[in-house]
Design a binder for this molecule. Structure first.
Ligand code: UD1
Length: 366
């Protein structure tokens, strides 16, 4: 079989656990050469390097080092940088994951240079074009030659958009591959004890979506609800850099800091975050990945968004969309506190730790 060179693109925090699942099984596919391309969209030690260590990722063969900027400037810098790399080191396939700006930028470059794009986590749709991620998903899928889908809704969405069924494969979820591989190690951590807490007795909160954190009024309402939550269940709140900045600018950071039942932390390593998630009584989040991870771990999840591009986490998992309905939020917390939360999680088809292998097999046989 001819050797194929595959660029695996990662740039932002949620990408690292997804690509790690491919590198973890790469040895089984000797005809494939995987090259890690790090765009540098996330660059802090806590947002990037720590994931390389926790996940055993190889050193990137290409590091574009773009950093933060406006959407246009960041996307343009990734495109220019990746074009330069491809001109010198042309791959046979460009594989992108998820829905961040790095995903979109490298797909555009590859597609225009005649390199097939493979999109992992294709077909997810929130149908909310105000989310930058939704624009990234729709455009990336429209120029991908291969689409790897995590849940049945993705098949329907891609069919509706006229994408050919021969190019679409339901393979499961690489992020869950990594989670299943790392659960035993995370179990040895008991990271909650760092905060003086016990397993199953705290809420783990994460927020970073612009729709929740960039508008001071919306952010103030959420902070008030987290304060209410902390009167019922102790809270660990992991702060994304965007969220910390917005809380400080809105004068809300000190409010949170001075509430004894709320403990703030910097962004967490993969294993620490997994340890906190799997032992939480409830996770309150706006992250896409955490909606799925909590479903896989059977931990109740309340999502502070109006929509989700991951509907299987509601129908089969443990997720409830709060959609700004704080009565619903409080009722759900009361139920969780009484151990009678209604969303039971069941095993989601193909979220079995083998998605990475399925993807590489398809690429090998292509
Ligand atoms: C990005 C993704 C989002 C993903 C999230 C996960 C896009 C459009 N958004 O959002 O889908 O869910 O990552 O974290 O791609 N910053 C740092 N250090 C870093 C990186 C960022 O301090 O290492 C700060 C910068 O001030 C930056 C801000 O965080 O302006 C936002 O970073 P950016 O990558 O633009 O977007 P995220 O909100 O992280």
């Amino acid at each position: 079989m001819k050797n194929k060179i595959i660029d695996i693109v990662a740039g932002a925090r949620p990408n690292f656990m997804k690509v790690a699942a491919l590198f973890a099984v790469a040895d089984k596919f000797p005809s494939l050469t995987l090259r890690l391309v790090h765009t540098g969209q996330h660059y802090d030690e806590a947002m990037s390097d720590v994931f390389f260590r926790d996940l055993g990722l190889p050193k990137p063969e290409c590091h574009l080092g773009v950093g933060s900027d406006t959407h246009a400037a960041q996307t343009a810098q990734i495109m220019t940088g990746y074009e330069g790399w491809v001109n010198e080191n042309r791959p046979d396939i460009c594989l992108v994951v998820g829905d961040v700006n790095s995903t979109l930028a490298c797909s555009l470059v590859a597609a225009k240079m005649g390199i097939p794009v493979a999109h992992v986590e294709a077909g997810l749709r929130s149908f909310d074009r105000t989310m930058p991620e939704e624009v990234n998903r729709v455009v990336t899928d429209s120029i991908s030659e291969l689409m790897f889908v995590t849940e049945p809704s993705g098949l329907l969405n891609l069919a509706r958009e006229g994408r050919p069924s021969s190019a679409i494969h339901l393979v499961g979820h690489v992020m869950i591959d990594t989670l299943l591989r790392k659960v035993p190690e995370a179990k040895t951590r008991s990271f909650y004890s760092t905060f003086g807490l016990s397993a199953g007795e705290y809420a783990f909160v994460t927020l970073h979506r612009p729709a929740n954190v960039d508008d001071p009024k919306v952010l103030a309402e959420i902070v008030a609800q987290i304060d209410w939550l902390a009167h019922n269940i102790p809270v660990v709140f992991a702060l994304h850099p965007r969220t910390k900045k917005q809380l400080q600018q809105a004068g809300l950071y000190k409010t949170l800091q001075s509430t004894p039942a709320i403990q703030l932390t910097e962004p967490l390593s993969y294993l620490d975050a997994l340890s906190l998630t799997m032992n939480a009584k409830v996770v309150v989040t706006d992250s896409g990945g955490l909606q799925e991870e909590t479903s896989a771990l059977s931990v109740p999840c309340l999502t502070l968004r109006d929509t989700t591009e991951r509907p299987i986490t509601i129908t089969e998992g443990t997720n409830t969309l709060i959609s700004g309905d704080w009565d619903l939020f409080r009722t759900a917390i009361a139920r969780i506190n009484d151990n009678c939360y209604l969303q039971e999680g069941s095993a989601i088809p193909l979220w079995d730790g083998k998605a990475g292998e399925r993807i590489l097999r398809i690429l090998e046989e292509m």
